[in-house]
Design a protein around this ligand. Structure first.
Ligand SMILES: Nc1ncnc2c1ncn2[C@@H]1O[C@H](COP(=O)(O)OP(=O)(O)O)[C@@H](O)[C@H]1O
Ligand SMILES: [Mg+2]
Length: 429
């Protein structure tokens, strides 16, 4: 009997142990886990923290990032995305198409979702934002082994603009260089084929070759100047300069043309000292004078004015301008004094539509009806570029057949040194 009850107790104990093992070890596997409840809670918190960190970082990146599910519900969207796709909508918009309101982008998304496409689609999308064309590059892809899709966008408007300017510039420059080279090789060929035997024709052709070679040379010179301004432009070398001296020396460069055309030059120059970048002011003055001399016919007049103008004086000048005057740049409101240089000529002038285009690289007024004095169309572009660096302004006044007045106003911030010798000049900051 005792023996039987011992066996029964033994069986009971075995059953209890088996039950215990089943319940705690198999059903509740956690018993094997090395983590306690507190550990698991910490782990969850830690993960939540990481998620916060990632979200925070994604909010800071300049690329726009959005994650959506297969129903186009927004799971995540960073602020750059909203900015780049001009969405001023509040956070509670939860459908992707309402967030972007961009037909092209939504179309791509629809196709990817429909086809469950796991390829990455890359596309440039353009749209108008406050009348300005914006271009964004989009990368759209299904996130591996999930039902989510990511849309990454980058604003490439500026890069695209630079690319366009670069290709237009290369195209223009190739054309500008090709034209004289074609003329030179063409006339050499004609000379070789017999024109050399006729002295008179030969001289005529050599003169044409000479003209084109010179044009090529000045084109390269202007390009070097323009590139130097662009690359070394930021580093202005400010020193005391003497504008009268610059004007006199520049006029000497064109002495033979002035004499040959019998141009009458009137000068109204105040003896002033100015602090600026000598080579850049020199470049402006040379180009201004060169144009007035080049585009003024025989017996014409050129008048040069130079003086200091106050801020309010400059503002009055701008306020009094006629509607057909063109102004490049704005008036620097921080400057007390401005260097005022104006070159007025009685030359051929420029019609209003063409006046609007001056300063564009390689733009020259079509002179097929008159004798073209030759040029590169870079002189005014150079002036415009320098003025930007010096925070200066230009005023262009002209009409066809009625001469041209080109004025520059260059601010002298914090420095003044007025008329002649009684200067109580302050040195540049
Ligand atoms: N004083 C001026 N009178 C008439 N036309 C001018 C004058 N200055 C500039 N222009 C016009 O502007 C164009 C661009 O000038 P610029 O950039 O200096 O190039 P370039 O003188 O080499 O042709 C000239 O080709 C000319 O048609
Ligand atoms: Mg010129």
């Amino acid at each position: 009997m005792i023996y039987l009850s011992t066996i029964l107790i033994f069986i009971l104990i075995i059953t209890l142990i088996a039950f215990f093992l089943y319940y705690f070890l198999l059903k509740n596997k956690r018993i094997f886990s090395t983590f306690s409840d507190a550990d698991i809670n910490n782990k969850i918190k830690e993960n939540e923290n990481f998620l916060k960190i990632y979200k925070n970082i994604l909010q800071q990146v300049t690329d726009g990032i959005a994650v959506i599910d297969e129903n186009k519900n927004i799971i995540f969207v960073n602020s750059s995305f909203r900015k780049n796709i001009r969405s001023g909508l509040s956070d509670n918009v939860n459908k992707f198409e309402f967030l972007t309101r961009n037909y092209e982008l939504n179309n791509i998304i629809n196709k990817i979702i429909e086809n469950n496409d796991s390829n990455t689609i890359e596309k440039k999308i353009s749209y108008f934002d406050k009348a300005d064309e914006k271009i964004v590059s989009c990368k759209i892809f299904k996130i591996n082994e999930t039902k989510y899709f990511a849309v990454i966008i980058r604003d490439i408007t500026y890069i695209q603009k630079i690319e366009n300017i670069k290709s237009a510039f290369i195209q223009n420059i190739s054309h500008e260089i090709k034209t004289p080279i074609t003329a030179i090789t063409g006339f050499i060929e004609t000379l070789k084929n017999g024109a050399l035997d006729n002295r008179e024709t030969a001289i005529k052709f050599f003169n044409i070759i000479d003209h084109h070679a010179k044009r090529l040379n000045s084109l390269i010179d202007d390009l070097i100047v323009l590139t130097n301004i662009e690359t070394g432009g930021a580093s202005l070398k400010i020193e005391e300069i003497d504008p009268i001296n610059i004007i006199e020396n520049s006029l000497q460069l064109f002495e033979s043309e002035i004499r040959a055309k019998n141009l009458k030059i009137t000068k109204n120059l105040d003896d002033i000292t100015f602090f600026s970048d000598f080579s850049k002011i020199n470049q402006i003055i040379i180009n201004m004078l060169q144009n007035s001399i080049k585009y003024t016919e025989h017996n014409g007049k050129i008048s040069i004015d130079l003086y200091f103008e106050t801020n309010s004086g400059v503002n009055n000048i701008i306020a009094d301008l006629s509607e057909t005057s063109i102004v490049w740049g704005t008036i620097d409101s921080n400057a007390d004094n401005f260097l005022y240089i104006s070159v007025e000529d009685t030359g051929i002038g420029v019609s209003y539509p063409n006046l609007l285009r001056l300063g564009e690289r390689f733009f020259r007024v079509d002179s097929s009806h008159s004798t073209d004095p030759g040029g590169t169309g870079l002189g005014l572009a150079i002036i415009k570029h320098i003025l930007k660096l010096l925070n200066g302004t230009a005023i262009l006044q002209s009409s066809l057949g009625n001469g041209f007045t080109f004025t520059v106003l260059i601010p002298q911030t914090g420095i003044s040194s007025l008329n002649s010798k009684d200067n109580n000049s302050i040195m540049p900051a």
